[in-house]
Design a protein around this ligand. Structure first.
Ligand code: ARG
Length: 359
């Protein structure tokens, strides 16, 4: 067990320190220190430099992410010293505010204490900001993707609001204590009401989406050390909202409504009404975010940025790993170079991993 940990630590320290142009002596010294820590307490602690570099490289190694050109610009906030749910909630509010930055979104990660034999911290939310979903007699209200988590929140005492876009509370758990709930104050959550540059009726749908996707359920693994609470964000690619969250049949399922409002023949698939509705929904998403000054990227630009990432990595002599099935955008994939390429889906570390749901 501890042998494995030291092996993982060695691999990480060697690659991290050599990328940072540190000397062989520095590597040896650090490994000696790490070995001592592991022998005396069963684990070791990263330096601030190791933590920052590990979190960045974990992004660089995220095979499913098309936005990796910016891996080196991740803002790393070290909150490993926090001890209580209240302090953690405070740090999450700070993360939301800092990352949102009034719309000029900053890629950010907040890192809470690592997993040790004595302590595990977890954030139950899938993303810090997410809309609730409720099962009602008339079907699902809100985001069907949030049904299970919303039920948990209600069990824990959250008051359901029964709206289409209710922001769920933060749920934070330390060890086996019962999880604590924290409401996110309205002024912290930047949201974008959706309108269309040509279709005046679009705003009558009263659709919106939140500005910053902050994934909070994954764990960060660096050199054999596990950070079970390490929420991170970039900015949205338009299709995530327009071609998935609002369009999937198992999510907000808005294409039939939009198609009908466009006057399309939604009975015949050869009218391509779904494709036309998708296009206009995605146009509305990009138009509204742009107009409100909230960072967003369209899928063509994102693919070009990914191309640049591939070229840069090649230049440095690193190979890019990737998951083709996730890298292709859900709209017009063959209009990007990614569709016509192939990628090695090997999982390198450091990386972000799914972990079992705590509920
Ligand atoms: N696809 C997820 C969503 O629609 C967000 C995943 C992370 N996306 C990102 N652009 N960093 O909410």
């Amino acid at each position: 067990m501890n042998n494995d940990l030291f092996k993982e630590a060695k691999e990480f320290i060697r690659s991290c320190y050599s990328e940072l142009n540190k000397t062989e002596q520095e590597i040896e010294n650090r490994l000696h220190e790490i070995n001592k820590q592991i022998l005396s307490q069963g684990f070791y602690e990263h330096t601030a430099v190791e933590l920052e570099y590990g979190a960045k490289v974990a992004w660089r190694n995220s095979n499913r992410c098309i936005g990796r050109l910016f891996w080196d610009q991740l803002n790393v906030i070290d909150k490993r010293h926090l001890n209580t749910e209240e302090e953690m909630a405070g740090a999450l509010f700070e993360h939301i505010e800092y990352a949102t930055n009034k719309g000029r979104i900053r890629p950010t990660i907040t890192i809470f204490p690592q997993k040790t034999p004595n302590r595990t911290v977890r954030i139950w939310n899938h993303q810090l900001i997410r809309y609730a979903g409720y099962r009602t007699e008339q079907g699902v209200l809100g985001d069907p993707g949030s049904l299970a988590f919303t039920e948990e929140c209600i069990k824990l005492g959250w008051e359901p609001k029964f709206g289409k876009f209710d922001i769920l509370p933060l749920v934070i758990q330390i060890n086996d204590n019962s999880p604590r709930l924290f409401d996110i104050r309205d002024h912290l959550t930047l949201e974008v009401p959706l309108r269309h540059p040509q279709y005046k009726w679009f705003e009558d749908l009263e659709l919106k989406w939140y500005g910053v996707p902050i994934i909070s359920e994954m764990m960060l693994e660096i050199g054999g050390i596990t950070y079970t609470a390490a929420p991170f964000n970039g900015w949205y690619m338009g299709t995530e909202i327009g071609a998935r969250n609002l369009a999937d049949e198992s999510r907000y399922n808005l294409l039939p409504q939009i198609g009908a409002l466009m006057g399309l023949d939604t009975k015949s698939s050869i009218s391509l009404w779904k494709d036309r509705a998708l296009l206009e929904l995605n146009t509305a998403v990009l138009h509204s975010f742009k107009e409100d000054g909230v960072s967003i990227v369209d899928h063509h630009t994102a693919a070009q940025q990914f191309k640049k990432f591939e070229e840069k990595e090649k230049e440095i002599g690193r190979s890019v790993t990737g998951d083709w099935t996730w890298l292709i955008p859900p709209m017009s994939p063959a209009a990007t170079h990614i569709f016509h390429a192939s990628y090695n889906n090997e999982i390198l570390k450091p990386n972000y991993f799914y972990q079992p749901k705590p509920y």
